[in-house]
Design a protein around this ligand. Structure first.
Ligand code: PMP
Length: 360
């Protein structure tokens, strides 16, 4: 059956049905090999083609300039919190960290092991309800890099405009990569765990400007050097082959949607349904994020009364909505509306919210 859930999970999260079906069709006999993609050698022609096509598709979709490498790693976005300072920070060097949530705090903590990260701005005092304005940033031009989290999965905030920095701008895009067109050339390094907009968990995508590699530290373990992956086309050791295959299928799907502009329009329309339900509720639903910082990927809200909130979540669950509980660290409600979450699913939630309010 094709009884698909109303899936609002924060990650791992919904994948496009067409992608799952394509994978299913090819699962036991990929490309006439008589083997699944998981059973092929990572050195085989068939796999290498999948691997190289995924890289090329991502390059085309984002118009990634030639002076950037695209690599596939493992260890999730969390390992990038460590690899970035390990590769680019000297013991006596500084790096700027802009704190917009728990994930940026975690990135900062790892950097303390390798050098002297400096908090260049933080919205913690405002419960991470907004993204700092560009003139609130205390950037140091001599820093090794500036680190930001473009979308704050837990709080539901998202950068709308990126700072122009002298030091390379490094961005954790785990929860909004591929959701809207961006100018890659503003960034020194972009990283994202795959399990939201890119595919299943297990592969981490990194887009890195080549000149940064020349300055990278060399006295670190082989598997933690970016150059190990850039020099070997991400095939130094066995990569997460199934995850890369699925990423390639998701990228094909993005192309079929009409590319990032179309995907972004779709995401705006989806998020609007749910934000409208919040804004038209006369305070029955209260959004966490300030309006100009609102995320199009994670919509966070509370109900005015905690008992009612529990009832809302219980009834939503009974009605077939999955993943609406807020992150365990903050509570409340959160609807993650990543690329693959259909418009109809968002409409169903907005209708449910209106109906739930009406019967109180
Ligand atoms: N950064 C952001 C913005 C995230 O949302 C997450 C996971 N939800 C992480 C980092 C950590 O990712 P991973 O589990 O891939 O290490």
């Amino acid at each position: 059956t094709n009884q698909r859930a109303f899936n609002f999970n924060a990650g791992p999260s919904a994948l496009p049905l067409e992608v799952l079906q394509a994978a299913q069709e090819q699962l036991v006999n990929f490309n006439g090999t008589g083997m699944s993609i998981m059973e092929l050698s990572h050195r085989s022609k068939d796999f290498e083609q999948v691997h190289n096509e995924a890289i090329e598709r991502l390059r085309t979709i984002y118009a990634v300039p030639d002076n950037y490498d695209i690599i596939f790693l493992q260890g999730g976005a969390s390992l990038q919190f460590s690899m970035i300072p390990m590769n680019f920070l000297q013991q006596d060097g500084q790096a700027d960290y802009i704190l917009t949530g728990v994930w940026s705090e975690k990135a900062l903590e790892e950097a303390k092991l390798f050098g002297t990260p400096v908090v260049a701005a933080s919205t913690k005092d405002n419960h991470y309800k907004h993204i700092p304005t560009l003139d609130e940033l205390n950037l140091n031009d001599a820093s090794a890099y500036v680190h930001i989290t473009t979308n704050n999965t837990i709080y539901g905030t998202q950068w709308k405009e990126f700072p122009t920095t002298v030091a390379p701008l490094i961005a954790d895009m785990s929860s909004d990569i591929l959701s809207t067109p961006i100018d890659i050339s503003k960034f020194g390094l972009i990283y994202a765990g795959a399990q939201k907009n890119l595919g299943p968990s297990g592969v981490t995508v990194v887009i890195i400007r080549k000149d940064l590699l020349e300055k990278a530290n060399t006295n670190i373990p082989t598997m933690l050097k970016y150059t190990t992956f850039t020099k070997n086309n991400s095939l130094y050791n066995t990569p997460p082959t199934f995850g890369i295959y699925m990423l390639g299928e998701v990228l094909k799907w993005v192309e079929q949607q009409g590319g990032l502009e179309k995907v972004a329009e779709h995401n705006q329309a989806k998020a609007k349904l749910i934000y409208d339900a919040i804004d038209n509720s006369n305070g029955f639903y209260v959004g966490h994020a300030e309006k100009d910082s609102r995320s199009l990927m994670n919509i966070t809200f509370r109900l005015a009364d905690e008992e009612l909130e529990k009832q809302f979540l219980a009834e939503a669950k009974a009605a077939g909505f999955v993943g609406l509980n807020g992150h365990r660290s903050v509570g409340g409600c959160r609807a993650s509306t990543y690329n693959a979450v259909p418009y109809e699913t968002c409409k169903a939630l907005a209708d449910f919210m209106v109906a739930f309010q009406a019967k109180q």
